[in-house]
Design a protein around this ligand. Structure first.
Ligand SMILES: Cc1cc2nc3c(=O)[nH]c(=O)nc-3n(C[C@H](O)[C@H](O)[C@H](O)COP(=O)(O)OP(=O)(O)OC[C@H]3O[C@@H](n4cnc5c(N)ncnc54)[C@H](O)[C@@H]3O)c2cc1C
Length: 390
């Protein structure tokens, strides 16, 4: 029997170093995520568990791993992608923790911060001792962040922030929030808001049916006074947060395949042992057709991810190409997770098996970092030269 990800021997396209790193992350997921994930999902991941996971991910060098300096591992983009794939095979929530920390919060500081800001925050964040979050989305502005209502006004040398951010991963547990706000001069700037700053709070969002093993929060800013050096000096437009999102999206191109692979492995193993009409479910043609089609999409997605990773390492990857990868691989991963659920029948709806948990998680993944519709519009614009966003 061939493993679902090895039908095409994509493995041979990876370097030994990339394979070693991937295997180390897979072991971490086996040891630390799989034994607890059903409970984390059912109960909601506690803030203490987020901190523990961050410290362990930091020890493994996974936080900001594709950045250089300041305690970051400095791996290539493909290695980062493979790490995301293994983490998301555990759970999209765990991958989200690593993505938000490295590709959103740390990347924003690394790319647009002052030397002092980098020295203050990045080494602790790379070690997982400090947690960051990234506040762009607002209650009324998700796909269209240009409409944001959060304001930053100058008051002497200080900045004063007012507004609300919504759906912010790790907001409640973060030591520092990267908050994007529109300033008096119309520019969009990023601000580093340390936890505990008067006027700043981050209540947890409850009653989620997806990404339950991840903390999601609101950020409330009421007259939050920050010193002059809280602003990220190297960016003054939406280009800043959008470039961070592009980094995180790249990880999702690989990550979503991890969730799909985990579902497919569960479905194959279930079909081999479950007997229906006195024969293993795996021996029926309809089941094999489902499995074959899913394995096919998984292979194609993996090749696509790897191609984009090699382009990124060659510094040739465009945002449109990342949109293509995110759109395809998340959409297909979600379809695979749902199809696998059918193979598991009623057992598929429980947390004894990973399939519905992954499917529910992938609903969020389909929406965050640019919805599938927004990525279709990005690709449509690239194809036609016409913007259909508004
Ligand atoms: C679990 C989770 C974690 C998240 N973490 C973060 C985080 O850490 N930081 C952060 O800033 N945000 C985060 N988000 C927010 C996420 O990025 C937004 O939900 C996303 O951008 C979509 O925005 P929205 O939910 O407001 O949907 P909307 O923008 O209101 O979209 C609603 C629907 O309209 C469609 N639509 C929108 N515009 C168009 C158009 N022009 N043409 C056609 N259709 C359109 C969308 O595709 C979607 O189907 C998170 C979300 C979730 C679910």
């Amino acid at each position: 029997m061939t493993s679902p990800l090895e039908l095409l021997s994509v493995e041979h396209l990876l370097s030994e170093e990339e394979r070693d790193l991937r295997d180390a992350v897979a072991h971490f997921v086996d040891d630390r995520v799989r034994p607890s994930i059903a409970d984390w999902y059912e109960d909601g991941l506690s803030e203490g568990a987020v901190r523990e996971l961050a410290l362990e991910a930091g020890k493994l060098g996974l936080l900001g791993m594709h950045l250089t300096g300041y305690g970051c591992a400095g791996t290539n983009a493909v290695s980062y992608g493979l790490a995301c794939m293994e983490l998301e095979a555990g759970d999209s929530g765990v991958r989200s923790l690593v993505s938000v920390q490295g590709s959103l919060a740390m990347f924003a500081i690394w790319k647009f911060g002052s030397e002092e800001q980098k020295q203050r925050w990045l080494p602790g964040m790379a070690a997982g001792e400090l947690i960051g979050c990234f506040g762009l989305t607002e209650p009324d502005f998700g796909s269209n962040p240009a409409g944001m209502r959060t304001r930053a006004r100058r008051d002497g040398d200080d900045w004063v922030l007012d507004g609300t951010k919504m759906w912010i991963t790790n907001g409640t547990v973060a030591d520092v929030a990267v908050v994007w706000a529109r300033c008096d001069d119309g520019a969009v700037r990023g601000f580093l808001v340390p936890a505990g700053t008067p006027g700043f709070s981050a209540p947890k969002i409850g009653k989620k049916l997806s990404l339950r093993a991840s903390v999601t929060s609101e950020l409330v800013l009421e007259g939050v006074r920050l010193p002059a050096d809280a602003v990220l000096p190297e960016v003054s437009s939406l280009r800043g947060p959008l470039s961070c999102l592009n980094e995180a999206r790249f990880g999702i191109v690989f990550g979503a395949l991890g969730a799909a692979r985990d579902c497919l492995a569960a479905a194959i193993s279930y079909a081999q042992t479950r007997e229906v009409f006195d024969r293993p479910l795996a021996s029926f043609q309809l089941t094999q057709a489902k499995l074959a089609d899913m394995a096919l999409e998984l292979q194609k997605g993996y090749l696509l991810a790897l191609h984009l990773g090699r382009l990124k390492d060659a510094e040739k990857l465009t945002p449109q190409q990342v949109s293509l990868g995110k759109l395809n691989n998340v959409r297909e991963a979600l379809a695979i997770a749902r199809e696998c659920r059918t193979i598991l029948g009623a057992n598929g709806i429980t947390l004894e098996y990973p399939v519905l948990r992954h499917a529910n998680n992938l609903e969020s993944v389909l929406t965050y970092e640019g919805t599938s519709e927004v990525h279709q519009l990005v690709i449509g614009q690239a194809l036609t030269g016409e913007s259909a966003f508004s």
